[in-house]
Design a protein around this ligand. Structure first.
Ligand code: CUA
Length: 207
């Protein structure tokens, strides 16, 4: 029968593993660690634990995700896609009054070419690429993300004060990469009015 030698092999393997673990532990104990060093190791472990804990709590309880969380889109047919069809791009105000901006990145521009948004207001920007990998960076805000074809990148940001904010592509996307930029006009909160189109539609953007 084959089972006996197989069983013996398995037991031998377990014994070896056990011996190796003991050996490792013994070596670990034999290392002299200075009192001060031990303290710093402990502090580092606590700090790492704290950071990992914050990330886990944010992810699970506050719903904070990386911008390219797994939300897929067919980059080859954005014009047929309900959400990112041409008429739906730009600034929209939804039923709850939240401002959502949909933008398409393509070689070598961001579409729509120009938008206006209010200052000191939370604005959720949803980015998709129509061709290759792009990036977007808006100085003075937390807006900096890759726009990966096939995925929706979403970031909520607030523009601190009125003015013209540059929108820059920060991932090399081809020969025209350094010309790929545009502007967002940020208007004082009290002077900004929602675009008429979305108001007429009652904020529904999937028609
Ligand atoms: Cu788009 Cu670089």
């Amino acid at each position: 029968m084959q089972t006996e030698p197989l069983k013996a092999k398995y037991e031998q393997l377990l014994r070896d593993l056990n011996a190796q673990l003991r050996d490792f532990y013994a070596q670990l104990r034999a290392i002299h660690i200075d009192q001060l060093e031990r303290k710093w190791i402990t502090i580092s472990m606590i700090v790492i634990g704290l950071f990992v804990g914050i990330i886990v709590i944010d992810a699970f309880f506050h719903g904070v995700n990386p911008p390219s969380k797994v939300e897929t889109v067919d980059s080859a047919s954005l014009h047929l896609n309900k959400e990112f069809a041409e008429d739906n791009l730009g600034v929209h105000v939804d039923e709850k009054g939240a401002i959502i901006v949909r933008m398409v990145a393509g070689r070598y521009a961001f579409f729509p070419k120009h938008i206006s948004v209010p200052a000191e207001t939370a604005i959720t920007l949803r980015w998709v690429s129509m061709d290759v990998l792009h990036g977007v960076h808006i100085p003075m805000t937390n807006m900096s993300t890759m726009i990966v074809p096939g995925y929706v990148a979403e970031i909520t940001t607030t523009f601190p004060k009125p003015g013209e904010y540059p929108v820059l592509c920060n991932e090399y996307c081809g020969l025209g990469h350094n010309h790929m930029w545009s502007n967002i006009s940020v208007i004082a909160k009290e002077d900004w009015t929602a675009p008429v189109k979305s108001a007429a539609k009652g904020g529904s953007n999937n028609e």
